[in-house]
Write a protein that binds this ligand. Sequence first.
Ligand code: PGA
Length: 259
Amino acid sequence: MRTRFIVGNWKMNKTASEATAFVRRLAQQVTDLAGIQVGLTPPFTALQAVREALGPAPLFLLGAQNLYWEEKGAFTGEVSGAMLKDLGCQFVLVGHSERRQYFGDQDAWTNKKVLAAIRHGLEPILCVGETLQDRDAGNTDLVIQRQLRAGLAGIEARALGTMTIAYEPVWAIGTGRAASSEQAVPVHRVIRRTIDELSGSNTGRHVRILYGGSVTPQNIADFLISEEIDGALVGGACLDPVSFATLLKVALGSSPSTT
Ligand code: PGA
């Protein structure tokens, strides 16, 4: 049984004080998550503030948007897995397309980050996705398979089944042009098949796969209706507490169709 997971990706938004105000407003609107997991990923500078605002019995999981793979040392500007764990992070995004596009996070780095997260007891969410050019050229499956094979290299077969993957078509991120569930579902199946291949067994069905790219309160139900889609990675629509709370309420009320 895969637990649904909705993650708000704050990107480079909100100061620590704004983050505290956001969490207070969100907590007023959402008081019960009825079995789904919800994660918040503030920027590094607001992690401590969010942790404090969440209080001693947090309803939401705390995550980071990135990490560096070395343990410590002369890596100016970087943040280690141990530092995130110590701040109360439970998970971390790895390989987001903005990291790949603007900061040079290639597949090999992404793999080191995934392994570092696991080493520190943080759940990595490995983000994969094709560009519009890849899709138009009919290369979506190839690109996704390459990103998975490289990003998950060196992970034991058994551990693969506990992974969370976010499928985020690059052309859908921040564009208001979400993929349709007809476009997303076949890619989620490719992801499960690739995990089966990598693990040498039927492990793909245990992997949690989130869809990301222009998810809103208006379209989230279209994704969650599919049994293949286990949640969402939400950017723009997670920044306003009312919009995010509405999205969560819709998610709480939608269950996958078995037909
Ligand atoms: P978006 O971002 O919801 O604003 O498209 C999603 C993401 O980048 O994770």
